[in-house]
Design a protein around this ligand. Structure first.
Ligand code: CP
Ligand code: NVA
Length: 304
């Protein structure tokens, strides 16, 4: 049987995603109750990082250990990946020795090529195009605070980047409406917008996006790999900040999320993390629980 991969949210059905999130909440409760499980005993996850990470690395590595398995950190600096060994050759070899592979890289095509040659599940842990693991945590966090997100309005404020693209996929999978507020020239991918024109509205002002919204989300103005554009982006995005004033035009009980790391004074005001609607720490922790559920789903093909 061909391995099941998780490169975007579209690699799972809505019903599988809902079951995965139910399981993630169960794992969260177990973790807080101090209960352990060894569902992935003797299993190994290879983790390839071509970009920096705190949350993703810690959550996958801790998650594998907590399920009885181990995780192996691979950097292109000290593997043959950085010396030009073809991606497909690396995929055949690595997947012949481990149970799943997690990759954080630049071009989305890299994870697709790796997955096409891998005999074991491949997980996209962020590419320039998508960040589906973060969306699992975000969706888990929303439903743990507010129940189903079906029919809700989500406001994305800022860059039409990898996180925004995954929010567009989530809007379709979880049945909510997404308002995207971004400056001209920083819109999400036009094909993705076209494919989801019934669920995504692009507007120019944060207020238009946030009005009556149930969830406000943002991300850094310059993503990893765009460091050279920092100054230009600071200028382009200066009016695209989530702050208490913007929260006040949203629904009364609106939540605020951010995948982190955050830049206080840029995409969020200095006080936003402590706003009553902020669930950023819960969201960050849920990376652990959502990905433990994902690892069980992909490696064991079950969610219990
Ligand atoms: N949100 C997120 O993916 O964080 P890291 O870059 O720290 O992994
Ligand atoms: N858009 C950001 C997300 C970081 C978790 C980036 O790609 O750097």
């Amino acid at each position: 049987m061909a391995a099941r991969h998780f490169l975007t949210l579209n690699d799972m059905t809505t019903s599988e995603l809902e079951q995965l999130l139910d399981h993630a909440s169960r794992l969260r409760k177990e973790w807080h109750a101090g209960k352990t499980r060894d569902s992935l005993k003797n299993r190994v996850l290879a983790m390839i990082f071509e970009k920096s990470s705190t949350r993703t690395r810690v959550s996958f590595e801790a998650g594998m250990t907590q399920l009885g398995g181990t995780a192996m950190f691979l950097s292109p600096r000290d593997t043959q990946l950085g010396r030009g060994e073809p991606i497909e050759d690396s995929a055949i070899v690595i997947s012949s020795m481990v149970d799943a592979v997690m990759i954080r890289t630049f071009a989305h095509e890299t994870v697709e090529r790796f997955a096409s040659a891998s005999s074991k599940p491949v997980i996209n842990a962020l590419t320039d195009e998508f960040h589906p693991c973060q969306l699992l945590a975000d969706m888990q966090t929303y439903r743990e605070h507010r129940g189903s997100i079906r029919g809700a309005t989500v406001a994305w404020i800022g860059d039409g980047n990898n996180m925004c693209h995954s929010y567009i996929n989530a809007a379709a999978q979880f049945d909510f409406h997404l308002n995207v507020a971004c400056p001209e020239g920083y819109e999400p991918d036009s094909n993705l917008l076209k494919a989801h024109s019934d669920r995504v509205t692009v507007v120019r002002t944060p207020e238009d996006a946030a009005k009556g919204a149930n969830l406000l989300v943002t991300d850094v103005w310059a993503s990893m790999g765009q460091e050279d554009e920092q100054k230009a982006r600071e200028k382009a995005f200066q009016d695209y900040q989530i702050n208490p004033a913007l929260m006040s035009v949203a629904a009364k009980d609106a939540l605020f999320m951010h995948c982190l790391p955050a830049h206080r004074g840029e995409e969020i005001s200095a006080d936003m993390m402590e706003h009553p609607g902020s669930v950023v720490w819960h969201e960050a922790e849920n990376r652990l629980h959502a990905q433990k559920a994902l690892l069980e789903f992909l490696i064991l093909n079950r969610l219990d």
